[in-house]
Design a protein around this ligand. Structure first.
Ligand code: SF4
Length: 211
């Protein structure tokens, strides 16, 4: 095991304990392959499933793996094109059995931070789907909730703005200007700090995933 792998495993163990205190179940998968298997195991046959905007879930090939099972109702948000179809898909997401998401960052003590432009993802994380599974690369772990927010603002959001070629101030110099642009992708800032009804699960992955 490399020193990085050792550190990831130890940190994940600590994080999982801290998530438990928040009524959030946590798992650690050392590899992408294990993570895909774990996510699939967490979803019962016959479940309806969809996901929020997440590079991690897509890069891991989770949608394809779930479709391949043939026992799930997979609502593929990536197949809808028109604004009307997207609106309908976002509304349907509130009533699925399982909603998959990544996180923009997570603190060592288990606070999960997400920033949204439209708000549909953080809305579904907050309410609606029976179960929410976060798939999070260990590169997203920050020391504190404040550091997690800083990571989301200084790393994830500017990269996402570049990904969608949105004309925000961070597109010019790569730095967050805490903008109030009408194009801002940082309209909703979400901290998940407790899950008393046990809706949330976190699968940590010992690889660099997403932004
Ligand atoms: S400049 Fe605006 S859009 Fe870019 S990261 Fe900051 S708040 Fe978000």
């Amino acid at each position: 095991m490399t020193p990085r792998e050792q550190r990831n495993e130890r940190l994940a163990k600590t994080l999982i304990k801290n998530l438990q205190r928040r009524h959030i179940e946590g798992f650690y998968c050392a590899t992408a392959e294990e993570a895909v298997k774990k996510v699939s195991e967490l979803i019962e046959d016959g479940s309806s499933v969809t996901w929020g905007g997440t590079m991690t879930v897509r890069d891991l090939g989770i949608p394809e793996a779930l479709k391949k099972r043939g026992t799930l109702d997979v609502l593929d948000r990536d197949l809808v094109v028109t604004p009307e179809e997207k609106q309908a898909m976002y509304l349907r997401a509130f009533s699925v059995d399982v909603y998959l998401s990544s996180a923009n960052a997570i603190s060592e003590d288990g606070v999960i931070v997400n920033i949204d432009g439209n708000g549909n993802r953080v809305a579904a994380i907050t309410w609606g789907p029976k179960k929410v599974i976060f798939v999070v690369g260990m590169n997203k772990v920050a020391q504190t909730a404040e550091a997690a927010l800083a990571r989301a603002r200084s790393t994830a959001s500017p990269i996402n703005a570049a990904r969608f070629d949105i004309k925000t101030p961070c597109q010019i110099d790569g730095v967050c200007h805490n903008c109030n642009s009408t194009d801002s992708i940082c309209n909703y800032v979400h901290f998940l700090r407790n899950s008393p009804r046990g809706r949330h699960t976190v699968v940590l992955v010992g690889e660099d995933l997403g932004y």
